[in-house]
Structures are given as structure tokens and as C-alpha cells.
Ligand binder design. Structure first.
Ligand SMILES: C[S@@+](CC[C@H](N)C(=O)[O-])C[C@H]1O[C@@H](n2cnc3c(N)ncnc32)[C@H](O)[C@@H]1O
Length: 234
């Protein structure tokens, strides 16, 4: 399943090239810090165990890798993957003391790893940015071990009309804040458009099942502003 907006030439890479050095700051501002709680809930749902292998795809600046590593006291191997050199360079710098984390420049649609390698696959606020959802999901399935679990944290569809009304209006402010902090509103216009155009919770669930994941389910956070999907390779 191709995503039209994300297939616009260089659009996504330009967006992250523009925002990489203010990415963490803007995340905190735009979500009032709530993204940290979403990410913590993701990590707790993963129930990290020691001596396991995690692949963090669309890792950006490495928030998920850090949380996972901290919860296992560094007793795990983490492979971070992202196509954007600049995002990765911030992550590497931030987590330079984490010797159990490796970094690789690659896309979610074509992972340079052999099959059946990882115990956990996670993609946090990344699936929406990929060019092809089916390719991403089939690659996730391929690199997971049998018994491994897929997790996706992503903006989704709000199930309450009042909250949705508030959120739609709040979203209009984000490019204005972006212009003030980053100097350009376009990356944040992309953010809002990509969220609005993204598939809903049930459509993603269906796509995961089509790509052979089993026992798929999702959990809404904050009325569906964000959803956490998970499924098993059995
Ligand atoms: C919103 S950031 C998420 C970063 C991090 N996972 C987090 O939760 O904060 C999205 C990331 O997706 C990456 N990305 C864009 N296209 C991608 C693709 N085709 N495959 C994998 N990652 C991609 C971007 O470079 C960016 O670092």
C-alpha cells in the first residue's frame, strides 16, 4: 500500500533534514511533553526482558532505544534504523555511552538484515512516514524471530467529536509554532497532513493481519490521538 504524500520526491527526507536539531524540543512543545508518556506506555507494553534483541525502525534520535535499554539495565542488543543521517547523528551523540546500541542508515521498506533475527520490532511515529505500508510490515515480519512481537506507536483517529474538534483546531497552531522555532512551517504542515491522511486503527490492524501477524490488537491513548498496535510472528 503506497502512501501518496510520502512518495513525493524528497519530501520526507527534506522534512527531517530541516527539523533534526529541534526535533526533541518541538516534540516536547507540540505534545506538552505527553509524547514521553506515550513512549513509556509503549515500552511497558513490550515488557522488555534481558538478553533480547530489539530493532527500532524509524528510530530518529533514539528515544525508544534509550527507554528499552534503561529498563533492561543495558542487558539487551538494540539495532536502531533510520534513513536520515542527521536524525541518527543526534541519536548517536545523545546515546554515545550506550554500547549495546548500533545504528544503521536504511529504510523500513528494505531492512539490511537477515530473517528471523529480532525478538522485538518497534516503529514509533515512523510508519506514517514510510512510502509503502505493506513493504514495511512484510519486512518487519521477515526480520522478527518466530515468537517475536511487532509494536507500532502512531498518530491515529480520535473517537470523540469534541476532542477531535479541539485537536483539529489545535493542529492549526502547530505550523505557526514550527515556523517560530525551526524557521519554516512546511515540515509541520506535512506533519498535520500526514496524520490526517493516515489509515485508521482498524485499517492498520487489517493490514497487519494481511502481513501474517497474529493476535493483533491495539490500544488508544488520549482518545485515539495516538494508538499502539501490536502483533505476533507465530
Ligand atoms: C517522527 S520521527 C520518529 C522518531 C522516533 N521513532 C520517535 O518516536 O521519536 C520519524 C522518523 O522516521 C524516519 N523515516 C522517514 N522515512 C522512513 C522510512 N521510509 N523508513 C524508516 N524510517 C523513515 C525519519 O527519518 C524520522 O527520523
Amino acid at each position: 500500500m503506497q502512501q501518496k504524500l510520502q512518495n513525493t520526491k524528497n519530501l520526507v527526507s527534506n522534512v527531517f533534514n530541516q527539523v533534526y536539531d529541534k526535533y526533541d524540543l518541538m516534540n516536547n512543545l507540540m505534545s506538552f511533553g505527553i509524547h514521553k508518556s506515550w513512549k513509556k506506555q509503549l515500552i511497558y507494553s513490550m515488557k522488555p526482558k534481558s538478553n533480547k534483541k530489539l530493532i527500532d525502525v524509524a528510530c530518529g534520535t533514539g528515544d525508544i532505544a534509550k527507554l528499552f535499554s534503561d529498563l533492561t539495565s543495558g542487558e539487551c542488543k538494540i539495532q536502531c534504523v533510520d534513513p536520515n543521517r542527521k536524525m541518527i547523528s543526534i541519536g548517536r551523540q545523545k546515546l554515545k555511552n550506550y554500547k549495546n546500541i548500533s545504528w544503521k542508515i536504511a529504510t523500513a521498506e528494505k531492512l539490511p538484515f537477515r530473517e528471523n533475527q529480532f525478538d522485538y520490532y518497534v516503529i514509533s511515529f515512523g510508519l506514517r512516514n514510510t512510502k509503502n505500508l505493506n513493504k514495511t510490515l512484510s519486512e518487519a515480519f521477515r526480520v522478527l524471530k518466530k515468537g517475536g512481537r511487532f509494536f507500532c506507536l502512531e498518530f491515529s483517529k480520535i473517537n470523540n467529536e469534541y476532542l477531535d474538534f479541539f485537536y483539529q483546531n489545535y493542529s492549526k497552531l502547530i505550523p505557526i509554532v514550527g515556523e517560530f522555532i525551526v524557521g519554516d512551517k512546511k515540515p509541520y504542515e506535512y506533519l498535520i497532513k500526514s496524520i490526517n491522511e493516515f489509515i485508521n486503527q482498524d485499517e492498520l490492524l487489517e493490514l497487519m493481519e494481511k502481513n501474517k501477524f497474529e493476535k493483533c490488537k491495539y490500544l488508544n491513548f488520549n482518545g485515539g490521538i495516538v494508538a499502539l498496535h501490536s502483533g505476533w510472528k507465530l
